[in-house]
Design a protein around this ligand. Structure first.
Ligand code: F6R
Length: 599
C-alpha cells in the first residue's frame, strides 16, 4: 500500500504535493518523492519520510505528482523511491499496487535502461515507447494499462505536456475538483483542505487532468464520473471514514488477500509460483522438519500453516512460541528449516529464535509484512505478505494474509517434494482465489454482527472453541476480544473443554463455536451440546447448509480448508463491536504496543 497525489492548477504544486503526502503517510512511509513538470521534468526522491525530502526552496512549477511508499518490490532505497522515470528522464510515474507481469513487460524493452528493482519503473519505459510512436500522453497511458496485469493506481506526467494522466484498477484513486486546480489522490484525506468536491474513478478508467477540467475515458470512450461532496472531516478521512483503524483494516482484507496472491498463482495452469523462495529442490526433498516460530497472532497463523504443510507436503512441522524456542536435540540442522512469521519483522522474541536457529546452522525463512525489517535482512530467505501498513495495535488483516502466504508456501513445498495431490492442490488454489470474495461476504454482514455483539457484550467471560483449523481461529478470536475489550476471553481446542474449562461455563458465558469445513464440526457439535446444557448461549459459525440448534448462527460459503479464515472475520467484527460498545481505546489498547522489540 502506498500513497499517491497529483496537482495541476494556478498555484505552486510543491507545497500542495508535500502537504498531501504527509496526510497519506499512514499508507506507507519508507521512501518518498515528487516530480514537477513544465517544459522540463524535475524529480526529487529518497529513502525516508516525506519530511526528509531534500527540496529546493523555489519551485515555480504548477503541475506535479508525488508518492509515499510502502515497499513491496525492492528495498526502501533512493533508487526504488517513486516517481520512476524513463530513459530520457522526460516521463515520471507514481504507482500504488502490484504489477504482476512486470518481468514479462520488462523483457519487451531490451534497449531500455532500468535503474530500480521495482515493478513500477516498467510503466515509465512503456509510456516512453508509446510516446516515441507519436501518440499523446493520454493515449500512451491508455495503451500501457491495457498490458498490465495486477493492480494499479497511476499518476503520470511528462515534460512539455500540459496535464496529468491517471488510471486505476483494483487500487483506489480519487479526483479532487478545486477552485485553483485539480488533484488526484489515493484517498480524500489530502484533498479536504483544498476541496470537498471529488469524483471516484472506476476500474479501467483513464483520467486526464488539466488546469481547466478533468475528462475520463473507459475503453477509449468518454465517460461521466459524478462529482460528489465529501462530508468527512480530515481526521475521519484518514481512517477512510471508519471510526477506527482496526475496523478499516478488517475491511481492507479482500484487497490485502488479493495482494498476497497477486502474481503468485499462474492464471492458466493454476500453479503456485512463489518466486521469492530460493530453497532448492534438493534441500526440500531431504528435509525432515519445518519449525515455525512466532508470537501472538502470528503464532496462530503458524498453527494454521503447520497443519496445511503437514497435510499437503507430508513433512513434519512444529510450532513454537518464539520466546520458548530452542533448537532442541535430535535434529539434523541440514535437514531442518525454521520459518519465522512476524507482521512487523521486528519482534524481539521472534528475531532471537531465528538467530538461535541460524547459529546452529539451520536455514531460516522470514514471512513478514515489512520490507527492510530486521527479519527481512537477517533471514536466509524472505517472503512478503503484502498486506499494507497495519496501524491498529490488534492484528487483523495481516493474520489472514499470513495464513494465505503460508498456504502458498505449503503448496510450493508439496510440489517440490512431489507430494502434491493434484486435485487437493487445484481445489486449494481455487479456494485461495475465492477467499477475498468470501471475506467480503462476511464484511457485508457487519450490521448483523454488531447487533449480536451488542446483545452479548455484557457476558462475564467468552469462550471460543474449534478443532483442527478451527483451533487457531478460536485462539485468535479470543485474543482479539481480550486485547481490545479487556473481557475475559479464552480459546480452546473444542475437545479440551470437558477436561477443565467446562467448570467456568454458565448462562453468563457466551461460547463462540467454529463449525465450518476443516474443523471436524460433527465432533464439535457434541461440545456445543455440553455447553448449551449448562445454559451457555452459543454463537455458531457453520459451513453452508449445516443446520443446528444455536442461539445465533452465521454461515460461511463453501471454501474447504479456508472456511475457518472466513469465520475469523466474524470473530474480528464481534470483538470490535463488543469493545466499541464499551467505549474502549480500540486502536491503542492499554498496556500493548504494535511492535514488541523487547524480550
Ligand atoms: C495481537 C497482536 C500481537 C502480535 C505479536 C507479534 O493482535 O498484534 O499478538 O501478533 O506481538 O507481532 P509480529 O507479528 O509483529 O511479530
Amino acid at each position: 500500500m502506498c500513497g499517491i497525489i497529483g496537482y495541476i492548477g494556478d498555484s505552486e504544486a510543491r507545497p500542495r504535493l508535500v502537504a498531501g503526502l504527509q496526510r497519506l503517510e499512514y499508507r506507507g512511509y519508507d521512501s518518498a518523492g515528487i516530480a514537477l513538470a513544465d517544459e522540463e521534468l524535475s524529480v526529487f526522491k529518497q529513502a525516508g519520510t516525506v519530511g526528509d525530502l531534500d527540496l529546493p526552496v523555489e519551485t515555480p512549477q504548477t503541475c506535479g505528482i508525488g508518492h509515499t511508499r510502502w515497499s513491496t518490490h525492492g528495498k526502501p532505497t533512493d533508487a526504488n523511491a517513486h516517481p520512476h522515470t524513463d530513459c530520457s528522464g522526460r516521463v515520471a510515474v507514481v504507482h500504488n499496487g502490484i504489477i504482476a507481469n512486470y518481468d514479462e513487460l520488462r523483457e519487451t524493452l531490451p534497449d531500455h535502461r532500468f535503474r530500480s528493482e521495482t515493478d513500477t519503473e516498467v510503466v515509465a519505459h512503456l509510456v516512453e515507447a508509446e510516446l516515441e510512436a507519436g501518440v499523446d500522453l493520454r493515449a500512451a497511458v491508455a495503451a500501457v494499462v491495457d498490458r498490465i496485469e495486477g493492480s494499479y493506481a497511476l499518476g503520470v506526467v511528462a515534460a512539455g505536456y500540459d496535464g496529468i494522466v491517471a488510471a486505476r484498477r483494483n487500487s483506489p484513486l480519487v479526483v479532487g475538483h478545486g477552485a485553483d486546480g485539480n488533484f488526484i489522490a489515493s484517498d480524500v484525506t489530502p484533498l479536504l483542505e483544498h476541496t470537498r468536491s471529488v469524483s471516484y474513478l472506476e476500474d479501467g478508467d483513464v483520467a486526464h487532468l488539466t488546469r481547466d477540467g478533468v475528462t475520463v475515458h473507459q475503453d477509449g470512450a468518454l465517460v461521466d464520473r459524478a462529482v460528489t461532496t465529501v462530508e468527512w472531516d480530515a481526521d475521519a478521512a484518514e481512517k477512510g471514514g471508519y471510526d477506527h483503524y482496526m475496523l478499516k483494516e478488517i475491511h481492507e482484507q479482500p484487497t490485502a488477500l488479493r495482494q498476497a496472491i497477486a502474481g503468485r498463482i499462474d492464471p492458466i495452469e493454476g500453479r503456485v509460483e512463489l518466486d521469492d523462495l530460493s530453497l532448492s529442490d534438493d534441500f526440500l526433498a531431504g528435509i525432515d522438519e519445518v519449525q515455525f516460530v512466532a508470537c501472538g497472532t502470528s503464532y496462530h497463523a503458524c498453527m494454521y500453516g503447520k497443519q496445511l504443510l503437514e497435510e499437503l507436503a507430508d513433512v513434519r512441522a512444529t510450532v513454537e512460541f518464539a520466546s520458548e524456542y530452542d533448537v532442541g536435540s535430535g535434529r539434523d540442522p541440514e535437514r531442518t528449516l525454521v520459518v519465522g512469521v512476524s507482521q512487523s519483522g521486528e519482534t524481539a522474541d521472534t528475531l532471537r529464535a531465528l538467530r538461535t536457529a541460524s547459529r546452529s546452522g539451520i536455514r531460516t525463512l522470514g514471512v513478514t509484512n515489512t520490507v527492510g525489517s530486521t527479519m527481512a535482512r537477517e533471514c536466509d530467505d524472505v517472503v512478503y505478505i503484502r498486506a499494507g501498513p497495519e496501524i491498529g495495535v490488534a492484528a487483523t488483516k495481516t493474520f489472514a494474509s499470513q495464513v494465505v502466504v503460508l498456504a502458498l508456501f505449503a503448496l510450493t513445498v508439496a510440489e517440490r517434494r512431489s507430494e502434491l495431490d493434484a486435485t487437493v492442490g487445484r481445489e486449494l488454489v481455487e479456494h485461495l482465489q475465492d477467499l477475498p470474495g468470501a471475506v467480503q461476504g462476511a464484511l457485508d454482514r457487519d450490521d448483523a454482527i454488531e447487533e449480536v455483539a451488542v446483545a452479548y457484550a455484557a457476558g462475564e467471560a467468552f469462550f471460543f472453541i474449534g478443532r483442527r483449523f478451527g483451533n487457531p481461529v478460536a485462539l485468535e478470536g479470543a485474543l482479539k476480544l481480550k486485547e481490545i475489550s479487556y473481557d475475559h476471553a479464552e480459546g480452546f481446542p473444542a475437545g479440551e473443554l470437558k477436561h477443565g474449562p467446562l467448570a467456568l461455563v454458565t448462562e453468563g458465558t457466551p461460547v463462540l463455536a467454529i463449525l465450518t469445513d476443516g474443523t471436524r464440526p460433527e465432533e464439535t457439535r457434541n461440545n456445543v451440546k455440553e455447553v448449551q446444557s449448562r445454559g451457555a448461549p452459543v454463537i455458531a459459525l457453520t459451513g453452508a447448509g449445516q443446520d443446528g440448534d444455536y442461539e445465533v448462527g452465521f454461515e460461511v460459503p463453501e471454501l474447504g480448508l479456508l472456511e475457518p479464515l472466513v469465520a475469523n472475520v466474524y470473530l474480528q467484527l464481534f470483538a470490535y463491536h463488543v469493545a466499541d460498545d464499551k467505549g474502549r481505546a480500540i486502536d491503542r489498547p492499554r498496556n500493548l504496543a504494535k511492535s514488541v522489540t523487547v524480550e
